[in-house]
Each structure stands twice: as C-alpha cells, then as structure tokens.
Design a protein around this ligand. Structure first.
Ligand code: NAI
Ligand code: MG
Length: 493
C-alpha cells in the first residue's frame, strides 16, 4: 500500500518536527497497513499558524461563495472518482463492510456538493436587513466565517466525519486544522491530497495525524484557534470544552449516546427486527446514534426476541472486503476488550444473554465478535445505561406508552431515539415526547445531509449538517448606521 508518511501543512507534505511515527492496523487480520506521522504540539503550532495566516491574509475567506463552491464541488468529484479505492482503504483501516464504506464515501462526496450549494447561497443571503424600532438607524445582520477551526474526529466513520466538518467550514470561508483518530488516519490524509488537487489554497485545510494527548489536546488548547468542532466520547468532549473555556473558543460537540428504540405491539415483527438490527449492528454498532436500548411492548416481546435471535445468528461475519459480509471486526484491540468486558458485565448484572459475544469459529485472527442480544436487562444496570459502542443490543419489555417514554428518556444522553407502530398518531406523539436530537419513526439510522444532527443533554452541543452545520462555522455581525441629519445631541447641544 502507498506511503502515508507525512503531515499536510500549508499545502505541503511535511515530516513531523520530532519525527514520531505510529502504525495503523487492519482490525480484520491485526496486520500493519501503514506507518503514519505522530504530530506533537510543535506540529500543531505550525499547522495552526498556517491556517491562521490563510485566514487573516489569504484569499479563501475573501472569495465569493460561488468560487469556494467550485472548489468544494471539485473535492466532491475527487472523492467520487476514487470511490472504490477510498472505500477499500476505509475498510482496511476501520474494519467496516465494503458496502457500508461505499455508502459513507458517497455521502462524504455528497456533503461537499451540498455545502457547495450553501456557499453559493451565502453570496445572496450573507446580509439580512433588520427592522429597527428607531428609524434614524438602519441595520444589517451579516454572516462571516468564524475564523480558524480545529476539528477532532473519531474512528467510526473516518471520511464521513471529516466531510461533516470540513465541508461546512470551507463553505463558510473558514480555514482549518483537522486531526483524525489515531486508529483510522488514512482517508483524512487522502482527503488532504484530493483538496490540494482541487486547488484549495495552501493553509486552508491542514491535516495533522497523531494521538489525542499529544496532538488533539494541543490543538484544542491553541490560542490561534477560534472554533473547535469535536465528535467522540463524552470524557474527551468534556476535556475539549474545558480547553475551550480558557480563552472562550466557540465549541460544538457531538458525543455519545444510549439511544432508545420503542417498539409497540402492533408493529410488523420482521420490520421491527430489521430496523432493530440496522440500528445496532450496522458499522459493528460503533455508531454514536446506535439504538442500543430497545423497549418492546409485552404483547410481541417473546416472538420478536425469537426472530431477532434467529436473524442475529445468521449475520455473515468476516473481513469487510469479502462479498456478502455484513459485520466486520471491531476497530481495535482496545475496543474489542471494552465490548467484551461490557458483555461479561451484563451477564454478571443479571441480564439474559440470548445470543452472541463469542469469537466466530471460522476466524482466528482479528477483533471479531458475534452480535450480542441481551434481554431482561435491569434498568439500573451498567449495560442499560452506558455506551458500549459495539454490536450489543439491550432489550426490556414494557406495558404502557407513558412507561416506555419515561424509560426512554431516563438517560443522561439524548442523541437519537426511534419509535415503531402502525398507529402514526401514536408515533408522532411519542416522537415529540422523546428528549433527543434525532427521532426516527418506523426506521432507525437513515441520515440526511440536509437535516440537523446533534444531541440533547450529554450527547452534545450544537447541530451539524444542513444549514445548522453551516451556521456552526459562521459568526453574526451587526452593522448599524446612523442615517439621520439631526445631530445626536447628548453632549453637544
Ligand atoms: P475519543 O473521544 O477519546 O477519541 C476521539 C478523538 O479525540 C480522536 O481523534 C482522539 O485522538 C481525540 N482525543 C483523545 N483525547 C483527546 C484529548 N485529550 N484532547 C483532544 N483530543 C483528544 O474516543 P476513543 O478513545 O477513540 O473511543 C472511546 C469511546 O468513545 C468508544 O468506546 C465510544 O464509546 C466513544 N466514541 C464515541 C464516538 C461518537 O461518535 N460519539 C466516536 C468514537 C468513540
Ligand atoms: Mg486502523
């Protein structure tokens, strides 16, 4: 595989100041895929200064939106032209099935194309007149880029999470330093190359690979950063917010979840099983919005559980590059151990292990786990309340709608939720009662670039995607003019 040795700073591929390196691993066979640069605070400083200079003096924030849109469209095209190759890199780095990686990469390209459209609209809509109560004055509200953005992203959707931040930031006219996860750094480096080929000016997008403590933390603390955008775990999000608090950086956070799925007993059992499985097993359950807590109404609970057990056992597990595989390995040894421990904890907490948790017999290498179904999960157990981030679904029975809603909302998280019933009025009512940023009715997980994405409670601050995602990277300036010929007359009468 090709070389990924360098950081991308100010339009150049450069070695890190301290020459640190780390290996990135293919989780399906535990083999090293590539050696990657490990940045430290010195490299972050150089990268932020490059982004700062590109923002303060360079063309990017001063261009018309339509000109930026042309570059964004070329980036989208650059991704599409190499879709298959990039998807295969993503599979090797992350483990996910190829069909899902192709989906992610198509969505990443679509995200650049969508924000190209919003960049064009900014040319007409950047300034909105404000009706003032005093007609001696006129005023406009003007949208301007927030400045230099620092983006820190996770390993579960490497290229897509990069796109969700890079596309709106560039559309807004920001410059940026992007730090991908140390577990999946490769497609972010590819994105840097694609952006350079699309004639993005130097310093506008800098990609710095490295570890959280050595590279992520100095990025979050750097005084040259105006805005931090983070996706990942709650503890790291809290650290980033504390770093931002020191010099009042603008911050948006997309954190974890323990998202509920309420299934009423008038639901079609096969449809319910399909969406429950999609909600927790796609991407190996390593999904922030995974519907990991399922509340099933008592009337269909046992039948649904039988079907779910049967289907979960049928899932084809293996290397994501293999045809027909629907469940790849977990991303790393660390994540595998964490999920294994959670399964053991669930058993010791008294949950009923219906199926899964073992290593598939035909796979002796790689971080593979058979998909796990837990039933009768105690409401006060660790596995019912904490994010596992693996293919582990926890199920409880309920009797009444109000009880299900109460139980669904009884969480410190509030990223997503789902409800299923043939009674649409009931679905709409429950959707409005759920305390979550995203609610799916009669489905779980489908995500659209046009619609807002983000969490209530400890699942985050702010919204990505859609126009909300663009606003993340915009400041609002008031420009107010005194239009009257009459002197103000306060001091000088
Ligand atoms: P993490 O939240 O620690 O890592 C996410 C990103 O933050 C990575 O780029 C990492 O290098 C960076 N980072 C780590 N420490 C940092 C620090 N002190 N300052 C600045 N940046 C830092 O997540 P990790 O350790 O990879 O996974 C642990 C758990 O987090 C998972 O088991 C899962 O429960 C949760 N998670 C949630 C995600 C989501 O989409 N909500 C994504 C990834 C993980
Ligand atoms: Mg990897």
């Amino acid at each position: 595989m090709k070389s990924y040795g360098h950081l991308f700073i100010d339009g150049h591929w450069v070695a890190p100041v301290r020459h640190g390196r780390f290996d990135t691993i293919d989780p399906s066979n535990e083999e090293v895929i590539a050696s990657v640069s490990a940045a430290t605070a010195e490299d972050i400083d150089i990268a932020v200064n490059a982004a700062r200079k590109a923002f303060d003096e360079g063309p990017w924030p001063r261009m018309r939106g339509a000109e930026r849109a042309a570059v964004l469209r070329r980036i989208g095209k650059g991704i599409r032209e190499r879709l298959q190759e990039l998807a295969e890199i993503e599979v090797r780095d992350n483990g996910k099935p190829l069909a899902e990686a192709l989906w992610d990469l198509g969505d990443a390209a679509g995200c650049f194309e969508y924000y190209a459209g919003l960049a064009e609209k900014l040319d007409e809509h950047a300034e909105t007149p404000i009706a003032l109560s005093d007609d001696r004055f006129s005023s406009v509200a003007r949208k301007e880029p927030v400045g230099v953005a620092g983006a820190i992203i996770p390993w579960n959707f490497p290229m897509l999470m990069a796109a969700w931040k890079v596309a709106p930031a560039l559309a807004a006219g920001c410059t940026m330093v992007l730090k991908p996860s140390e577990l999946t750094p490769l497609t972010a480096l590819e994105l840097a190359g694609i952006a350079a080929n699309a004639d993005l000016p130097p310093g506008v997008l800098n990609v710095v690979t490295g570890f959280g403590h050595d590279a992520g933390a100095p990025l979050s603390e750097h005084p040259g950063i105006d805005k931090l955008a983070f996706t990942g775990s709650v503890p790291t999000g809290s650290r980033i917010m504390q770093a931002a608090a020191r010099d009042i950086k603008n911050v948006s956070l997309e954190l974890g979840g323990k998202s509920p799925f309420i299934v009423f007993d008038d639901s079609d059992i096969d449809a319910a099983v399909e969406w429950i499985m999609f909600g927790i097993f796609w991407n190996q359950g390593e999904v922030c919005s995974a519907t990991s807590r399922v509340l099933v109404q008592r009337g269909i609970h046992d039948r649904l559980l039988d079907r779910l057990k049967e289907e979960a056992r049928r899932i084809t597990i293996g290397n994501g590059l293999k045809n027909g595989v629907l469940l790849g390995p977990l991303v790393s040894k660390g994540q595998y151990d964490k999920v294994r421990e959670a399964v053991e904890r669930g058993v010791s907490e008294g949950a009923r292990l219906v199926t899964g948790g073992g290593r598939p017999a035909h796979l002796d290498k790689g971080y593979f786990m058979e998909p796990v179904v837990f039933a009768d999960v105690p409401a006060d157990s660790w596995i019912w309340n904490e994010e596992i981030f693996g293919p582990v679904v926890c199920i409880r029975a309920f009797d009444e709608e109000a009880e299900a809603v109460r139980s669904a909302n009884d969480s410190r998280f509030g990223l997503a939720a789902a409800v299923m019933s043939r009674d649409l009025a009931r679905c709409e009512r429950v959707a409005r009662a759920l305390r979550a940023g995203i609610v799916w009715i009669n489905c779980s997980q489908p995500t659209f670039t046009e619609a807002p994405w983000g969490g209530y409670k400890q699942s985050g601050i702010g919204r990505e995607l859609g126009e909300w995602g663009l606003n993340n990277y915009l400041e609002t300036k008031q420009i107010t003019r005194y239009d009257s010929d009459t002197p103000w007359g306060w001091y000088i009468k």
